[in-house]
Design a protein around this ligand. Sequence first.
Ligand code: HEM
Length: 106
Amino acid sequence: MSEKEEKSPDGVKYFRLSEIEAQNSFKSTWIIIHNKVYNVTKFLDEHPGGEEVLREQAGGNATESFEDVGHSTDAREMASSMVIGELHPVSLREPLRSSMTHLPRT
Ligand code: HEM
């Protein structure tokens, strides 16, 4: 890693949008919901909504689709166990890509 690991004052790991976008493959799936970063790689198989919807959001902002589904409290608690960090404050100013402009997976 060339960049020093960055953390907020209370120890939350920050990820740049570019780092999150890179985690979009068959090996690793990260998504963003409300500016938090989730590693859903191990959850793909277990997701009641299926693995494809998560893969479609990989590396990008899944907030709207997550909220559109009206996920239960249980689902939200489940999600909180998959948080690995937050979007870096610098990246909050970058436009978040939605699935509409999704790039093909490599
Ligand atoms: C960490 C993130 C997520 C977790 C933990 C999660 C968990 C769940 C759970 C537990 C359910 C069952 C219903 C419920 O309890 O609300 C569900 C349903 C569903 N989820 Fe997710 N979900 C996540 C992200 C997403 C995202 C990003 C999408 C859309 C792109 C999505 C689409 C759906 C759909 C369509 C269903 C409905 C399935 C059905 O009723 O047939 N989920 N999810």
